[in-house]
Design a protein around this ligand. Sequence first.
Ligand SMILES: Nc1ncnc2c1ncn2[C@@H]1O[C@H](COP(=O)(O)OP(=O)(O)OP(=O)(O)O)[C@@H](O)[C@H]1O
Length: 672
Amino acid sequence: MMKQDVESGTTLESVTAAIQCRDVCRSYGKLRVLNDLNLTVLQGQIYGLLGPSGCGKTTLLKCIVGTLKISRGHITVLGKPPASPGHGVPGRMVGYMPQDLALYNEFTISDTLWFFGRIHGLSGKETQTRMQFLIDFLDLPQKSILIRKLREQKCDLWIWARLRNTALDTLIWQHLVEIVKDGQVSVIITTHYIEEAGQAHVVGLMRNGRLLAEAPPDALMTQHSVTTLEAVFLQLCESSDQTGHKPCTSSPQDLRTEDSQSSEGSRDESRPILSEAATSSTQDSELTPDWKVRAWHITPKWRNITALMIKTMVRMKRLPGFLCFQFLLPVIQISLMCLCIGGDPRGIPVAVVNNETSGDFYSRTLLSFLDNSSIQQVELSHAEAFAGAYDGQYWAIIGFGKNFSSYLMKRILQPRVTRDIVEGGSVHVWLDLTSEFLLWLRSSFHQKQENFTLASRWRFFFEEPIYGTKNTDFTTFVTPGAILSITFYLAVGLTALSFVLERKEGLLDRCCVAGVSCLETMLAHLFSQLFIISVQISLMLLFIFLVFKVPNEGPLVLVIALIVLQGVTGITFGLVISAAIDDEQSANQAALGVFYPNLIISGIIWPVECIPYPLRYLSLVLPQTYASEALRCIMYRGWDLSRMMVWRGFVVTLGWNTFFLVLAMVILKLRT
Ligand SMILES: Nc1ncnc2c1ncn2[C@@H]1O[C@H](COP(=O)(O)OP(=O)(O)OP(=O)(O)O)[C@@H](O)[C@H]1O
């Protein structure tokens, strides 16, 4: 192990240093946050990392625990670079407490301790013991109290404990001293309240991404002839401002006191820098072939996935109203669609101006042919009808001339007629075409006209349909696509937001440091959301088939499988959004932004065949175009996987699922 370190260019110090940073740089875009930073934390030390807000402390800690990559330089933690294969950092060799407490509001105290114990790899018994210790040590309230309740009282666990026990600061320091005493554990505390860290063994004073000094607090104060660390920091800032930006040239080692150096010197170099468990795990990994270590490193661990899934379930259980709403939302949406879309209009007020006073009154016959369940005819004079129509009371006016019946007969019987006869034998219709519904009225009049005039000559005879029923309507066409898009979008919304919120609250970081990988996080989200969408889909299908009597001629198992897979497409797309976007508002906008284009271009509300050509190619590669077509074929034609139009829908859906999952993981990896 030592040989390996020497070969890799690590100095002797790295053997006894728990953490060593050399010339570390890290930028966010053009913003350089860490600037050739050097830092050393020795084994068994409490290290106070001090500096004003924004100087880069959190960034440095994230690099040290391996959740953020450095742009340049070297970091060694417990003898290896963080996040190297087989290393317990991030993982069980490191604990990380972010500034914001990063706790789940819906968890009780015992849920919280159980969850973090589990992802840190503790057994049930170990977790129980640690839980009891912490509850006694921090004098916490009942284990069953919710974190949200503590927060509502403006108390998080820490503040609560502080309020209950004013001597807690002292207690915590005593505890830290206790745990580092045997040299197996090192602690870094960061704060911008500089005096808070006076009890640390060594403090590092940080400014603008550099360390201005690194030494025991007393040594620093003596060297600068001041009585507070704050004053030391001010002096260092002034001298750094005067000398440009070269304050760190006084090497950290120069500032170390005799004591610290002698303690380093007296350290047994052969002594392991890890705890016993860590040592054995490292030794194990050294005996294990590299490929095995790597494979173990990237293979998702069920322990973590289960812990994350249980976490999601517990949170859901604590929000029963929200859970019910989630379950019922697709049922409500599909019911509204079946009830409100595709039906014929009812009771449209239409003014009728009938000037016929004699003859066969064909006008009456024609009026009786109209769809009078949709149209409500109101007989009026010419003036009243137009006044009412301009006033918005009537949506159309139907007018018949004085000699309508006789002129109509002449039109039908005589091969050539005058213009007056054509005019007088026509039904005059004035429409208010400001509503889509009135287009329906216009086409309805056209249809009646054709029936009326052509009836005496020739007609089509529609035989039994090959597929579908004679009374098929728009709702029937739109339902399969609507089922898929409702499932897809609800899954997108759920996943995109829960992930973004977790990241914002620091929970994702916390889990990452505990060794939970991106893949495990993704899979846990996927599996728990699968549970929700399964309930959603079951309820939705019950309503569609039993209440709205939508036909299904094909195998039900294929219907369910395709809908579930489309739900997975929604979940994985949501994961992409949450991996790429940091705040809720933008994530919401991204999810909503794709909603309409996808709905329109996927041929869900109007057939793909009506889409103009360049857009049609785009339509065909979208996740729901072939899938909607496949579902329509299964439900209405009774087809199965032997038909290309069906299996193509499944293949495209599976392809998108894989693509989104991989993309989400790549984005998450690249962004850390
Ligand atoms: N993800 C990010 N993207 C872009 N800039 C970031 C990101 N995280 C931090 N920064 C910027 O990097 C700088 C250092 O931030 P960092 O959080 O490391 O400072 P800090 O010393 O921990 O501050 P504080 O004590 O207030 O948390 C700040 O200017 C911050 O705005």
